[in-house]
Write a protein that binds this ligand. Structure first.
Ligand SMILES: [Zn+2]
Ligand SMILES: [Zn+2]
Length: 149
């Protein structure tokens, strides 16, 4: 099943890479009106920014359906995107933003690096001047020993 695994990884990586570009150049660009609901506290549980999750989820579901008949590459890429989406949800929405209160602050080195990098992203409430737009590709500096917190 190397074939399946390969395309799952392609789907996953494509999400992180295209997500970085979309986040940096579109969400912090012409789509800022939507994305700012994630940077500035909004009332209620949902934010307009959640439409991005729906769009990516829709792409994944479409690919899975298209590839379902022969379990071809589209099916596995759709699975990769779904796995990315679920990991993103647990890391970004649950662990970092605590939309569901499952976990405390992460102790694992990789998770706490992701945590710090994303907090650095949220240090700015505005369109310009943000850092670290990806989620899983954490810049190395966030792995270094605990800085003053
Ligand atoms: Zn942002
Ligand atoms: Zn966030």
């Amino acid at each position: 099943m190397i074939y399946a695994l390969l395309y799952i990884m392609v789907g996953f990586l494509a999400m992180e890479v295209s997500g970085w570009f979309i986040h940096k150049y579109l969400m912090h660009g012409i789509l800022w009106k939507i994305h700012k609901t994630h940077h500035q506290h909004s009332k209620g549980y949902f934010e307009l920014n959640d439409v991005f999750s729906l769009i990516f989820g829709g792409i994944a579901i479409t690919l899975i359906f298209l590839g379902l008949e022969n379990f071809d590459y589209r099916f596995w890429m759709g699975m990769g995107i779904s796995i990315y989406g679920m990991s993103y949800f647990f890391l970004h929405d649950v662990l970092i933003h605590r939309r569901l209160k499952f976990f405390g602050k992460p102790k694992n080195r990789f998770l706490s690096a992701i945590f710090k990098a994303h907090q650095a992203h949220h240090a700015s409430r505005f369109r310009d001047g943000s850092v670290s737009f990806g989620l899983f590709f954490v810049p190395f500096k966030y792995f270094k020993k605990k800085r003053d917190e």
